[in-house]
Design a protein. Structure first.
Length: 279
């Protein structure tokens, strides 16, 4: 697993107090609010794959509430440690979702966070048998890799209207990039091979979502959730519009690798792959 992508970062200032306040609010809701049935919704993604954009769209849909990365230790809603036992991770997810009031309650979880907790999608399915899923990936792995390096260097992971983007140039290690691309493909292949998932999930790439957000919501995501379309606006902006050549200090050295098929991925459900092979 590429250590530079999934390494633990220093705890942000004030996080301990923010986490205490968040956990106290959730604890109050757990004990004081009635526990009613709800439709769980899980966004399964990886860092810099467009999950914040997707969440901003989901929050506009009727009777849908979405939480961020509930298994991320760097967020107030997350646990103190990255590595939980599967049972503790499940309890934490339930604890967080109970704090919402809508009929559809969701959160996003990164594939490496599930791995950190030893929690497979099959195990998640056993605990949440009625859950719906959106599997989000990024086709251009080179862009995803560089985007994460820039975000880590600038400590800017979101860009909203009115905010100034922070720019940085990064050095790309070709070996680490290859490892990263192999790891991304392996994780997503493993996820979509779950036979029960296809009928209860939408599989979409960041590129597809950006190209026609309204259509994906109207034709795929809203029907999955059985809700009417509520809009496709966002206050989020793309953090970097500069080409890779301007963001990578050793671009000439790695240009061929960046443009190679190794740095791209395309996924579809196994049944559709079988149909194409038969054809």
């Amino acid at each position: 697993m590429p250590s530079q992508i999934y390494a633990s970062y220093p705890e942000p200032n004030g996080l301990a107090w923010a986490r205490f306040q968040t956990q106290l609010r959730l604890l109050r809701k757990w004990w004081l609010w009635p526990h009613v049935s709800y439709q769980p919704l899980f966004v399964i993604a990886t860092w810099r794959s467009g999950s914040n954009l997707l969440l901003s769209y989901l929050k506009q849909q009727p009777d849908v509430s979405m939480l961020s990365e509930v298994l991320c230790s760097r967020l107030p809603i997350g646990p103190r440690h990255e590595h939980l036992s599967p049972s503790k991770a499940i309890r934490h997810i339930r604890f967080c979702l109970q704090g919402e009031k809508t009929a559809i309650r969701g959160c996003k979880m990164m594939l490496h966070q599930l791995s950190n907790c030893g929690l497979s999608l099959d195990a998640l399915n056993r605990e949440f048998p009625t859950a719906k899923y959106i599997i989000l990936y990024r086709e251009t792995l080179a862009e995803q890799f560089v985007s994460h390096q820039v975000a880590a260097a600038t400590d800017q992971y979101l860009l909203r209207e009115g905010e100034t983007p922070r720019e940085a140039q990064v050095h790309v290690d070709s070996r680490k990039l290859r490892e990263y691309c192999d790891d991304m493909r392996r994780r997503y292949r493993s996820a979509i091979e779950c036979s029960w998932l296809e009928g209860r999930a939408v599989l979409v790439s960041y590129e597809q979502l950006v190209a026609d957000s309204a259509s994906w919501l109207k034709q795929h995501i809203c029907p999955l959730l059985n809700v009417p379309f509520g809009g496709a606006q966002t206050l989020l902006l793309k953090q970097s519009t500069r080409p890779l050549a301007e963001r990578i200090t050793n671009y000439r050295e790695v240009a061929a690798l960046l443009q190679s098929p190794l740095c791209r991925q395309q996924h579809s459900w196994p049944s559709r792959q079988a149909i194409r092979r038969a054809a």
